[in-house]
Structures are given as C-alpha cells and as structure tokens.
Design a protein around this ligand. Structure first.
Ligand SMILES: [Zn+2]
Length: 437
C-alpha cells in the first residue's frame, strides 16, 4: 500500500480497490491491482472475440461450404471436359487407324483382284500368242515406258501374261529394296524421314498399281499390234482373193468386226478388266478370220500345175489347130515333156479322173466355192475319183492324149462350170506366197 501510495507516475494517486470477502468469522480482503483488471479485461475480450468468431462462422459456414463445393464442381467439370476431349481425340485416332486399315484392306483386295485377273488372262493370252506365232505374226518390241523400265527378263515375262510381273509385285509388296529402276526413281524423289504405316502402304500400293498398269499397257500394246497385223494380213489375202473374181461371200472372208487396230496404233490406257478382255476377244476374232481366210486361200487353186515351165498358149479366143477357125481356148497350155509331173494347184477332191472327150486323160478337182480345175492330155492318171488332194500333189503325168498336137499340160479353172482365165489365179498365187506360210 505504501508502494501504491507512492505511485505518482501519472501525477495523480489512483484509488485502491479492495475486495472484501467475509466468511463467517473470517474476513479476507484482497486489493485489486491494475494488472488484475487488465488481465480480466483481456479474458473478457478474448472470450467476446471468440464468441463473435464462432457465431459468425456458424453464420457464414454454409456460404463457405457452398463456395468450396462450387469450386470443386468447377474443377470436376473442367476435368471431365478435358477427359472427354482426350477421349474424342483418342476416338479420332482410333477411327483414323480403322479408316487407314480399311483403306489398306480395300487396296489389298483390289490388288488381289488384279492379280487374279492377270492370272486368268495369262492362259487366254498365252494361247492367243501361240496362235499368232503359228500364223507367223510378230509384234515389234514395244518400247518400255519411261516410268517403268523393268529388267528385260521381267518385261519378257510380263508380255507373255505376267508371272514375272507378279513376281515383281511380290517383290514390291515384301518391301524388298533391291535396286530395281522403279525404286531408284522414287528414291530420287523426296522421301520423308519418318513415314507412318499408312503412308508406306500407300507408297507401295501406288508402285504396285503403276507396275500393274505398265504390264497391262505393254500387254495391250502387243495385243493391239498382233490384232492389226492379223487384220492387215487377212485384208490383203481377202483383197487378192477378190481380185481373182472368187465370190468371197463367205463370212470368213468378210471382216465381222471392223478391225480397230487399223488406222493408228493408239493405245488407250486401260483401266478395267473388261476392256482388256475385249481386246483379247478382238485378237481372237482377227486370228480366227485370218486362219479362215488362209484356209480358203489354200483350198483355192493358186498353185502352178507345171512349175518352171513356160506358157505356150493363153486363155482366150484363138485359131483352133484342128478346125482352123476362131474358137475359145478355155485354159492355159504349159510346155511339157511326156511323163512330167502334173501337180494339183490347190487342195480339194477329185470329182473326175478318166478319159474325157477332147481332153484325153483328164482329172477334175473341186476346190469348193464353186471353183474346179481341169488337167488334160495326160499320159497317165495317178488319182481316182473321190480322192482328197492337197495343193502340190502329183495327180498324173504329162502327155498328148485327146485333141493335142504335142505333149503339153492343158490347165483350166472353172467357176460354177464356166471357164475363167487361170492367169488371174496364177498371178494371185504369186502374191499370196508372202501371206501363206
Ligand atoms: Zn489347151
């Protein structure tokens, strides 16, 4: 208390507060000092602040929770968006791959179809080429296209239908990087360092397709050449036959289809199988036509009954050596020695073999198409009626039987029984030798 009484810091003596507690006989007292008051005040203040804080927390808690939840929902939403975007991207990639795969599968299918087609036409083309070769037709070597200069062996194989071409395809498909010129050309171009499977497949497929197209083009060029060759030969033979006055009404001689090969060797780029097959059919029909025309020409009397012997009397009106007046000489006389071979001038069937008035020993051969030949004045006949005769067969020996002044071969050609000048057939026969094997 003395200390308190002496406290004059603020220049005024603060009154002392005393707390008196009476309990029965005992009385206690305690002086309330300023620090005690301050402490109490602090406690009260802290409590009050805590109470206020708790209350306000209770009040705004819902808002806080709501805000947090909203934030979380937003985040979740964002994540979901992200996930769906990724999923969509994944789907796109997957579908792209699926699409690529489908494209590749389609291309493989197409290639297999083309391979099948090549195989199937291989047989047809092979037999046609054999026929063309037998007909003596040759196709000039088609110049290799600048885009594909296949090795010679490959090209030759491809011309004959294509097992070699297929080998080339296999090589391409296996991705073998042998230095074929084809690969060399692409190697010169820009090749990306990294290419995915689809791109690579695409590249291989385009190469294979190109290769197939070139094979097809070469085959087609060869077929076109052969077709036009066959058509030209058939036309030439037909023209010669017509000039002899032979009634070439048979369908074999008339072109059934206007030969497409004649009039410019334009080779249209072929894209489908039917066009190729059409060209094969065309070659087939032209070869058939040529064969038939040749057959007809071989049957007709284009040969010489006495080869190497000169003509002593021509066809036409002349003074008859027996009658001494103008008469038709219905054939050609060849100078000949007795016993010399007399040859059939064409294939046919003997319809008469024996003595005939005026002709002496005479043989008559039917060649079809209304054409017959007669060989007269022979000393000996070596065939009999009904014999089948080939061109050049010896049918008898020369002589001077019948109305003859000396040994010679009297040769007649008749159409439907009427005599015609054999010289036309002899001339035509000389021209035909280049067209008949
Ligand atoms: Zn005569």
């Amino acid at each position: 208390m003395a200390k308190g009484a002496d406290n004059r810091v603020f220049g005024k003596r603060a009154p002392q507060h005393v707390l008196i507690l009476a309990s029965g006989e005992k009385i206690r007292h305690m002086t309330i000092r300023p620090w005690m008051a301050a402490l109490t005040f602090c406690f009260v203040a802290v409590f009050a602040i805590g109470y206020l804080a708790a209350t306000s927390y209770l009040v705004i808690r819902d808002d806080l929770i709501g805000a947090t939840m909203a934030r979380q929902a937003r985040m979740q939403h964002d994540y979901e968006d992200r996930i769906s975007a990724l999923r969509a991207q994944l789907d796109r990639i997957t579908s792209r791959q699926l699409l690529d795969q489908q494209v590749v599968e389609q291309k493989v299918e197409k290639l297999l179809e083309q391979q099948d087609a090549l195989f199937s036409r291989h047989g047809k083309l092979g037999s046609l080429l054999n026929r063309a070769e037998e007909s003596g037709l040759t196709s000039p070597e088609t110049p290799a296209s600048p885009t594909l200069q296949a090795p010679t062996s490959e090209r030759q194989a491809s011309l004959s239908g294509g097992s070699g071409g297929l080998n080339a395809i296999d090589k391409l498909l296996s991705g073998e990087n042998s230095a074929t010129p084809l690969q060399a050309t692409t190697a010169l171009g820009y090749t990306p360092l990294r290419e995915n499977v689809a791109d690579r497949a695409d590249r291989v497929f385009s190469k294979v397709t190109l290769s197939l197209k070139n094979i097809e083009k070469e085959q087609l060029a060869k077929i076109t050449n052969l077709t036009s060759g066959a058509a030209d030969t058939a036309d030439a033979i037909t023209a010669i036959l017509r000039r002899t006055g032979v009634d070439v009404a048979s369908a074999a001689i008339k072109p059934q289809v206007e030969p497409t090969g004649v009039g410019g060797p334009y080779v249209a780029p072929i894209t489908n199988i039917t066009a190729f097959d059409a060209s094969l059919d065309e070659l087939d029909s032209q070869l058939s036509r040529l064969e038939k025309v040749r057959e007809t020409a071989r049957e007709l009397p284009f040969g010489n009954p006495a080869p190497g012997h000169e003509i002593t009397s021509r066809y036409g009106n002349r003074i008859d050596p027996f009658l001494g007046r103008l008469a038709l000489h219905a054939g050609i006389d060849f100078q000949a020695e007795t016993g010399q071979d007399v040859k059939a001038t064409g294939a046919g069937k003997v319809i008469s073999a024996g003595v005939a008035a005026g002709y002496g020993n005479m043989v008559e051969i039917d060649h079809g198409q209304g054409i017959t030949t007669r060989y007269g004045h022979m000393s000996k006949i070596l065939v009999k009626e009904g014999d089948a005769i080939e061109a050049g067969d010896i049918i008898g020996r020369a002589g001077s039987t019948g109305r003859s002044t000396g040994p010679h071969v009297h040769y007649e050609v008749r159409r439907n029984g009427d005599p015609i000048d054999p010289i036309h057939f002899l001339n035509a026969g000389m021209k035909l030798t280049t067209y008949l094997n």
